[in-house]
Design a protein around this ligand. Structure first.
Ligand code: ADP
Length: 509
């Protein structure tokens, strides 16, 4: 046994007394007046034996003991628990498993017991498990028992609550962390104890935390603060409270509340709210647009019929008026069909038949139907498709609807002199169709949305293009029902390419 002892006790009289006893025996005594000082002292130099009190401010003796045993440098140093509560709290203290136990008592018996313990440790015959020296003549004190009960229940409460509670001394050092706090921090207790509170989070929050601590200490904020920080994958709300409001030298609590779920829910809800609002906006725009789109052709039809009903309308004018009425009836018909399709999609009644279908033939048919409009507009239509393309299994009418929609959009949004080129290619299990135009293009910020219901890219003031904003969303539903996909690439002023795939019969079978 060497001659170097560490005595840890917040009771200065006791430390001095023990210092004298050990000094007279030739020991070199190092003194620590609380748990924090003990840990600092152990980090500096290693004693041959440690006398450790249990109840101390700034890190209890049992935590210092855990630290000693957990640290390979100190794990083998004999620890003698020297406590004034051994009569009242014997079972708990023995459960710690220290090397020896001495109850604090009158000076003479203390000297006798301390020296006896030292001799037994030196001779390599430490006291038996469960043996406590100095208990004779001591009787349990009711007041101490009561205080210990308060202390145990305080500990039990701290361990049971869901919030992380970190106790911080007046020098901002962490003296204890409850179970929830360790879970939130994802760190081991002995890793955190003794560290500076502002360093308890990841380094990037050092400044923020320091700021909050300074503000709290300056009394700038109410006792419980609402600051939130991101720590690893969580969002923590930080709170502060003085341990003893009338005595700041006792230090404070830093309270950590994991509000990740709450923040996630709030983000989800506000996202949902924004979407609902957007849907609402789009719907009311749609109503305005539909009423306008219904009104305009109806007015034209009514106007034509009114004039026709007057006597004396010549054959030529009559034909012209009927032409106007027919064109507008077609327009109304398209609008109503789109709306009916939408209603069917929304109610889940959008069923599709399946039959062998020739995509190239279907595209050619749709182009023929648009031929006249394209010619009038001087937009050149062309189709490039290999001869021996496999068939697909599809609802022919719905496919025609998709082709017509994409082609009429391409023609609609391509100025005179431009072109629309359709290319079909056979891939391993599907056909890939590109409908490319040299038209106005779609600004990047709208690309994601053109397949949304009712969505139409805003036109320059004064420009008007007929449409409901439903065509592409119907195309998307039809293609997806067939196991295909649709997407668009576009650049303003350079045209757009709508591409879609549809599985071939062989791959579906
Ligand atoms: P609409 O009935 O308005 O044509 P769609 O759903 O078919 O409805 O198209 C939605 C919007 O997408 C159109 O209003 C238009 O702004 C844009 N769009 C569709 N096709 C093209 C295209 N080929 N070129 C430029 N813009 C297009």
């Amino acid at each position: 046994m060497g001659k170097h002892v560490l005595v840890v006790d917040n009771d200065r009289v006791c430390v001095e007394l023990l210092g004298d006893i050990l000094g007279q025996e030739g020991y070199e005594v190092c003194k620590a007046y609380d748990g924090m000082e003990a840990m600092e002292s152990l980090a500096r130099d290693l004693p041959d034996v440690i006398f450790l009190d249990i109840i101390m401010p700034r890190i209890d003796g049992d935590l210092v003991f855990q630290y000693i045993r957990a640290n390979p440098r100190t794990a083998r140093i004999p620890v003698v628990i020297l406590s004034g509560i051994l009569v009242e709290d014997r079972e708990n203290l023995l459960a710690m498993g220290a090397d020896a136990y001495v109850a604090k008592g009158p000076k003479d018996s203390l000297r006798r017991n301390v020296l006896a313990i030292l001799r037994r440790l030196e001779s390599g015959q430490p006291p038996a498990r469960g043996e406590v020296l100095g208990l004779d003549n001591l009787v349990p004190r009711e007041k101490v028992k009561e205080l210990l009960a308060v202390r145990h229940s305080r500990h039990a409460i701290l361990e049971a609550i869901g919030e992380g509670v970190i106790e911080v001394d007046r020098r901002r050092r962490i003296t204890s962390v409850n179970r929830a706090g360790l879970e939130i921090l994802g760190r081991a207790e002995l890793d955190v104890i003794g560290g500076t509170v502002t360093e308890v989070l990841t380094p990037e929050y050092r400044g923020t935390l320091e700021d909050a601590v300074v503000r709290f200490e300056a009394g700038e904020r109410p006792a419980v603060d609402g600051m939130a920080v991101r720590y690893r994958d969580t969002v923590l709300r930080l709170g502060f409270a003085w341990m003893a409001p009338g005595d700041r030298s006792q230090g404070f609590f830093l309270i950590l509340r994991n509000v990740t779920d709450l923040v996630q829910k709030i983000e989800e809800l506000s996202g949902l709210n924004a979407r609902l609002r957007e849907m609402d906006r789009v719907r009311s725009e749609f109503l305005t647009m539909v009423s306008h789109d219904l009104h305009t052709p109806l007015t034209a039809i009514k106007g034509s019929l009114d004039v026709l009903l007057h006597e004396g309308v010549g054959v030529e004018l009559g034909r012209e008026l009927l032409g106007i009425a027919q064109k507008n009836t077609d327009r109304l018909f398209r609008l109503v069909s789109d709306i009916l399709d939408l209603a069917r999609i929304e109610s889940g009644r959008f069923s599709m038949r399946r039959e062998p279908f020739d995509v190239a033939l279907g595209l050619r048919g749709a182009m023929d139907r648009l031929h006249r409009i394209a010619e009038e507009k001087q937009v050149e239509l062309s189709l490039e498709a290999p001869e021996d393309l496999p068939l697909v299994s599809a609802d022919g009418l719905r496919m025609d609807q998709v082709f017509t929609n994409l082609l009429s959009n391409a023609v609609k949004f391509t100025p005179s002199g431009g072109w629309v080129k359709v290319t079909v290619r056979g891939l391993a299990t599907e056909l890939l169709v590109d409908v490319q135009d040299s038209g106005v293009g779609i600004p990047g910020e709208h690309l994601d949305r053109v397949f949304d219901r009712f969505y139409r890219v805003p036109l320059p003031a004064g420009a008007e293009v007929e449409g409901t904003g439903l065509g592409l969303s119907i195309c998307k539903t039809v293609l997806e029902e067939h196991g295909g996909r649709i997407w668009v690439r576009s650049a303003v002023g350079q045209g757009s390419t709508f591409s879609f795939t549809i599985p071939t019969i062989a791959s579906v079978a």
